[in-house]
Design a protein around this ligand. Structure first.
Ligand code: IPE
Ligand code: IPE
Ligand code: MG
Length: 239
């Protein structure tokens, strides 16, 4: 990478990939065209993450609430998801990317679920980057699900103390560290139900750039901003 790389990089970057519809509108195209070009941004940012040596990337691709969008748009998104998995697998193998999903896999069609399983299985031994895609994801649902599992553990006598550690064990991917850096594209200052538990001390960055335009240089600019952040975790500075 020829570009200037910030000296302090996050271990885990999470991104709310927003603005595909607005991008399409700007170009006088249909919304689905924005989603298609958005996939090019996914590839670009994934490759840049690998080149930088950042070990975890989590991308918010489809929320539980997104099921309420017009049927045609949901259908197009499902089609693009299948295409993405098919077309990107060789790149994942090439770059040593392990594919992971957070969210309710059971909400998807049987054929997409089979594709998820196949890509996860094929990439399970890859070690350079864990790429998690949030699909049919809801932070509140993840929390409720964890509480439910925890209650079962308590009933069975497997857990005596209900604490953060016991709770965390039931998140979709408990082994993945909390994100250090959360990027949201297209200007909205909200979390939209993303990783509510995990972002407790995450640095947040919002850019007006729409997701289909968010490429390597914009990512590096965001990371340069992260390098300047003073993370205190509730402590005082000159302790
Ligand atoms: C993000 O772009 C992609 C998904 C949520 C699937 P949007 O489709 O939300 O684009 P805007 O926010 O309408 O511009
Ligand atoms: C958040 O974007 C979800 C994803 C990026 C997948 P939305 O476009 O669904 O969020 P809101 O509706 O603006 O909060
Ligand atoms: Mg949106």
């Amino acid at each position: 990478m020829k570009e200037k790389v910030p000296d302090r990089l996050p271990t885990h970057v999470a991104i709310i990939m927003d603005g595909n519809g607005r991008w399409a509108k700007q170009q006088r195209l249909r919304r689905v065209e924005g989603h298609k070009v958005g996939i090019d941004s996914v590839r670009d940012i994934t490759e840049a993450t690998c080149e930088l040596g950042i070990p975890y990337l989590t991308l918010y691709a489809f929320s539980k609430e997104n099921w309420s969008r017009p049927r045609e748009e949901v259908k197009a998104l499902m089609f693009l998801l299948g295409l993405y998995l098919e077309e990107e697998l060789p790149m994942m193998m090439d770059r040593g990317i392990r594919f992971n999903i957070i969210g309710e896999r059971g909400d998807f069609s049987k054929s997409l679920q089979a594709q998820f399983d196949a890509v996860m299985k094929k990439t399970e031994r890859n070690r350079n980057l864990v790429l998690s895609i949030a699909l049919s994801y809801s932070g509140r649902r993840e929390i409720i699900r964890s509480v439910r599992h925890l209650c079962e553990d308590v009933k069975k006598g497997l857990v005596k103390r209900i604490d953060e550690k016991a709770f965390r064990r039931h998140l979709y991917s408990p082994e993945i560290p909390d994100p250090d850096f959360l990027i949201r594209t297209s200007g909205e200052m909200r979390l939209s139900n993303f990783l509510l538990w995990q972002v407790a001390y995450t640095e947040i960055y919002v850019t007006d750039i729409l997701w289909p335009d968010f490429r390597k240089q914009a990512f590096l600019d965001a990371l340069a901003e992260f390098a300047k952040r003073d993370r205190r975790f509730g402590n005082v500075k000159d302790f």
